[in-house]
Design a binder for this molecule. Structure first.
Ligand code: BG6
Length: 496
């Protein structure tokens, strides 16, 4: 069955910067389903040639030079059309439908527009007959800023589309390294017996960024790190780390297991929020030797920056999953902007036996760690003890690393997270998309943290740009006698 892909908001920033480059990668990898037609739709009129030239320009500026192929661009462009319409108007939308879509084809509609007009556009799609049983709708965050606003948006979608038709993107699920979590856990039987509170001391999930908020200030100031990153990306990663083995790899089983994790997250009561969470905001400093302004000093050509903003650009949370497998295992989450490194990793810290027979230990660490690097490098490392070579008396030990890099062979990655998700939506596979129930459960958990911050008046702590974040984030673990695995430990070099 052939597929028509309609991008509403087809010449907007998201579409040009992200969507067409990712679709081009499908073409480059010969993964674009045959006879796919892509229709970019916008209110402002332009010829097909003008539209192609805009996409071409963005493509060339956003992908690596070695990934550009003139031949692939030409075949990609031959699939792209431009349709002028007001997507909230059924007649206008219907006209584009008549001109470009074949009723026998599957239709995928990507809403690259602000959620506040989702409802109107969905009604127009319905009214002009484009909502057929095989039509799929793709949306992505921000899907609300609380459980309540999410439900309002979702109800608008649900008036027109069934849950099976809606594909909610979380681009972290399109990342190879995140999908590899499933392979690591469920294709390697050795981990399963150890993957629980009996053997695991704690889990750390870190996602740090070097970038600031720049021109997104107005959006970001209403959002903050918790809504922007934790509610979706970090909690989705946590679900893959903590969920029970799904019965099979279909959407129903995977989503059901993820939902159980989200529902089992312990709600943090107001009186514990100061102890279990850290809010930070970047002050000026240096990133890669370049001086950068603080969050409240960012200059935006579009908006007034609030010099008293209390929006967090960093957050750390000590979470817990209250179920049989995980009860008592702290899960430390942290993410922030303008930090010293772009770096995402998961650390599974195993417990250590109290009885030690090795008298000489040359490392500070002894308990085993499984370190899963998500980006920019991706790989898995098992930190374990071994004998120090030599004729020293006894059996002195130290720690070393068993390393498995997923970036090996100098393989050039020729696609991105969105390409993978497009590939799946075009094939009608929703496994790597997020259900409404998951989004709702994630908001429920995040909402109570905000309620706690509000009721206790917990303010953001400044941290220097280019640092590791606020000091309290270190304390969050240290007061439990634990430490973040900070990247001073050069995992990958240790092996050479
Ligand atoms: C987005 C956030 O969802 O994810 C951005 O809105 C953030 O603020 C980005 O920078 C991070 O994605 P990645 O793939 O670069 O880790």
């Amino acid at each position: 069955m052939n597929t028509d892909l309609l991008i509403v908001g087809g010449d907007g920033d998201l579409a040009l910067r992200k969507l067409y480059p990712s679709l081009y990668f499908l073409e480059l990898n010969n993964r674009m389903p045959e006879n796919t037609r892509i229709i970019g739709m916008a209110r402002t009129g332009q010829t097909r040639e003008e539209f192609h030239s805009k996409i071409h320009q963005w493509l060339k500026s956003s992908i690596k030079e070695e990934l550009y192929s003139e031949e692939k661009w030409q075949s990609f462009a031959s699939k792209i059309w431009f349709g002028q319409a007001d997507a909230t108007n059924p007649e206008s939308l219907g006209q584009v439908g008549k001109n470009y879509f074949d009723n026998d084809n599957h239709l995928v509609i990507y809403l690259a527009i602000p959620p506040m007009i989702f409802g109107k556009v969905c009604s127009a799609i319905n009214a002009c007959g484009l909502n057929r049983p095989t039509t799929r709708l793709v949306v992505e965050k921000p899907l609300g800023d609380s459980q309540e606003t999410f439900l309002a948006i979702n109800n608008e979608l649900a008036r027109t589309f069934t849950e099976d038709q809606i594909f909610r993107i979380d681009h972290y699920l399109g990342k190879e390294s995140v999908q590899n979590l499933l392979a690591l856990r469920f294709a390697n039987d050795i981990f399963e017996p150890l993957w629980n509170a009996r053997y695991i001391d704690h889990i750390q999930i870190t996602v740090t960024e070097k970038v600031g908020v720049g021109n997104r200030w107005a959006f970001y100031d209403q959002t903050g790190a918790t809504r922007d990153m934790v509610q979706n990306h970090l909690l989705q990663v946590l679900c893959f780390v903590a969920m029970e083995p799904p019965a099979c790899l279909n959407a129903e089983s995977v989503r059901a297991e993820k939902l159980k994790v989200l529902n089992a997250l312990r709600q943090i009561p107001d009186h514990e929020v100061q102890e279990l969470t850290v809010r930070g905001q970047y002050a000026g400093g240096y990133v890669d030797g370049v001086e950068v302004p603080g969050y409240r000093q960012e200059v935006s050509d579009k908006y007034e920056v609030n010099p008293n903003s209390q929006t967090e650009t960093f957050v750390a949370i000590k979470a817990e999953i209250e179920n049989w497998r995980w009860s008592g295992v702290p899960i430390y989450l942290r993410t922030g902007k303008r930090l010293h490194k772009r770096h995402s990793e998961i650390v599974i810290q195993f417990k250590q036996s109290k009885h030690q027979i090795f008298k000489q230990n040359h490392s500070e660490h002894r308990a085993n760690q499984l370190i899963i690097q998500l980006q920019p490098d991706s790989g898995v490392a098992l930190r374990m003890m071994h004998k120090v070579q030599g004729l020293d008396a006894g059996i002195p030990v130290e720690d070393g690393v068993l390393n498995f890099s997923l970036d090996e062979d100098g393989q050039k990655v020729k696609y991105d997270a969105y390409s993978r998700l497009f590939f799946d939506v075009l094939r009608n596979d929703p496994t790597l998309f997020v259900s409404a129930a998951e989004v709702q459960a994630a908001w429920r958990w995040v909402d109570q943290i905000f309620a706690g911050w509000k009721s206790t008046g917990m303010e953001v702590q400044p941290y220097k740009s280019g640092s590791r974040g606020p000091e309290n984030a270190e304390n969050l673990m240290q007061k439990d006698g634990r430490n973040w695995l900070n990247e001073d430990f050069e995992l990958w070099c240790a092996l050479e």
